[in-house]
Design a protein around this ligand. Structure first.
Ligand code: ADP
Ligand code: MG
Length: 342
């Protein structure tokens, strides 16, 4: 038995490698960008690659490589059920609808006329999102019909930049004031008014559709629950000052009392239903019900080092440090072993 791990410093691969070394799990480091990658995996039972939605070269083929291998019978992380909708809020709309999940109601239009007709009778404020984006970057509040019309015009006209430069400046200024960013980062954000980010150079502008979501009021935080291999952990993120957006705010609370059993149970149930290896759910609350805003297999490790413990599937709390990256490895190992059974 041997695992292949794509090395990408700062990604989950750091922890995967450390875990394999600690527990003597045979592995080899591979470079998925190599044209002969498939041949190089011949002596391996599984491939693990924490691919990144913001890296153009990963976007080009990470899923295609992983899903091809999966289709041919190799165990991969993340697999199809885990990753096809990664950083794809359009894809997630259909996933949520198909599984009838509890969500903030979402409407997507692919024609200007339909969108314009719909916004006439829509309820305001509502939330506009781009298909891609993290840390609230591409999420905006639309206060009235006129704003919605302007958005529609742009969506079916020039389209949107992948990087909202003014939003970036505002966010870096906010972080600078909180001593959470350096002046150079603000300078870079200002430069992006003219200079496109790498992703923009690769995939161009976002257009041809418009995504509107019901605004769920009175949430001064969102809750993120991550489920991996039948275990769950959670964080609560407060919104920015004078803003409705929590993701990326940096204001995180970790204590167990913030999370009731029902949100953990719901997360376990959905993770099982859609057969994912790893999923982060972002929730807000409406009339005491938890509604999903989006899901993601990838997450930034730094936000979770301070989690004080985790829940198992029976909702038993396990206090103390834990290693979710090790859980990913264990999940892959279990699948490899299942495959090897006669
Ligand atoms: N429909 C909504 N109603 C209320 N708040 C929302 C809604 N959608 C998003 N938010 C807020 O905006 C933040 C970012 O939205 P999200 O869809 O999770 O995008 P991102 O991919 O940038 O994290 C969330 O953390 C939440 O606080
Ligand atoms: Mg989010």
């Amino acid at each position: 038995m041997k695992l292949a791990i794509h090395l990408s410093r700062g990604s989950f691969s750091d922890q995967w490698i450390a875990y394999c070394e600690k527990y003597d799990i045979p592995f080899k480091i591979v470079n998925c960008y190599h044209t002969n990658i498939v041949q190089k995996l011949q002596d391996c039972d599984a491939l693990m690659w924490h691919h990144n939605h913001a890296l153009p070269q990963d976007l080009l083929f990470a899923k295609q490589l992983l899903f091809s291998l999966e289709q041919a019978g190799k165990v991969v992380f993340p697999d199809f059920n885990t990753a096809w909708y990664f950083d794809d809020k359009l894809g997630q709309k259909y996933l949520f609808d198909a599984f009838e999940l509890p969500v903030a109601k979402t409407n997507v239009f692919y024609s200007k006329k339909e969108a314009k007709d719909w916004v006439k009778t829509a309820t305001y404020p509502m939330v506009f999102k781009l298909r891609r984006g993290a840390g609230s970057r591409n999420v905006r509040l639309i206060k009235n019909k006129n704003q919605a019309r302007t958005i529609i015009k742009k969506a079916f006209g020039r389209g949107f930049r992948q990087y909202d430069a003014w939003g970036g400046i505002k966010e870096n200024w906010r972080k600078l004031m909180l001593s959470k960013a350096m002046p150079i980062e603000l300078m870079k954000a200002i430069a992006h008014l003219w200079v496109p980010i790498t992703l923009e150079k690769a995939i161009g502008r976002e257009k041809g559709y418009v995504y509107f979501q019901e605004f769920i009021p009175d949430n001064d935080f969102d809750i993120r629950v991550i489920v991996i291999n039948k275990k769950a952990f959670a964080i609560k993120r407060s919104v920015r000052k004078n803003d409705f957006r929590a993701s990326g705010s940096g204001f995180i609370q970790y204590e167990k009392h913030h999370f009731d059993d029902s949100i953990i149970l719901t997360s376990f149930k959905i993770a099982k239903k859609i057969k994912t290896q790893c999923i982060a759910f972002d929730y807000v609350v409406k009339d005491k019900e938890h509604l999903i805003l989006e899901v993601s297999y990838g997450f930034s490790k730094h936000g979770y080092y301070d989690c004080p413990g985790y829940w198992d599937e029976k909702l038993k709390w396990h206090e103390g440090p834990f290693n979710p990256y090790g859980w990913m490895i264990e999940d892959v190992l279990q699948k490899v072993n299942e495959q090897k059974k006669p």
